[in-house]
Design a protein around this ligand. Structure first.
Ligand code: GDP
Ligand code: MG
Length: 140
């Protein structure tokens, strides 16, 4: 299995509850390495651009409001089969459906305030990493 990269966000519900370290620990324990990380306040424009694939969904406006409601931590994660490894440790979108031991089961507040984002394919991982990071900010 190849070492690949994925893109992660620790969302405002988690930074608000001071869970940056706790969430990162779960990512690391799942075999992912943080090779870039920064805490940012997303602008509305950034959030709308990042989630443009969801713009027709009924919750788009609420999702954008939530993602700019406080700081987030954007990260690049590296590991074997990183996209799947990260999705597995994140758990299902709705914490009510997430498996025990996943980040969302452990920490998410709701289907919206679900503590973490993770890319869903290698292709989208590259697009999302490029959206927030320059290559010289990533140190493997
Ligand atoms: P993910 O890939 O598991 O994060 O899920 P999606 O790509 O389907 O959705 C993106 C994000 O939109 C989710 O992580 C949630 O924060 C939010 N979201 C998804 N479904 C709903 C919903 O039904 N209502 C609301 N308010 N937010 C949602
Ligand atoms: Mg998604």
């Amino acid at each position: 299995m190849a070492v690949t990269r994925t893109f992660s966000i620790i969302k405002p519900d988690a930074t608000r509850r001071n869970l940056t370290g706790a969430v990162t620990k779960m990512l690391e324990e799942a075999g992912l390495r943080v090779v870039a990380s920064k805490r940012i306040q997303m602008t509305r424009k950034q959030a709308e651009g990042f989630y443009a694939v969801h713009k027709e969904r009924p919750f788009f406006g609420e999702l954008v409001d939530f993602m700019i409601s406080g700081p987030v931590v954007v990260q690049v994660l590296e590991g074997e089969d990183a996209v799947k490894r990260n999705r597995d440790v994140m758990g299902a979108t709705n914490p009510a459906d997430a498996d025990e031991g996943t980040i969302r089961k452990t920490y998410a507040e709701s289907i919206e305030a679900n503590s973490v984002h993770g890319s869903d394919s290698d292709e989208n991982a590259k697009i999302e990493i490029d959206f927030f990071f320059n290559e010289d900010e990533i140190v493997g």
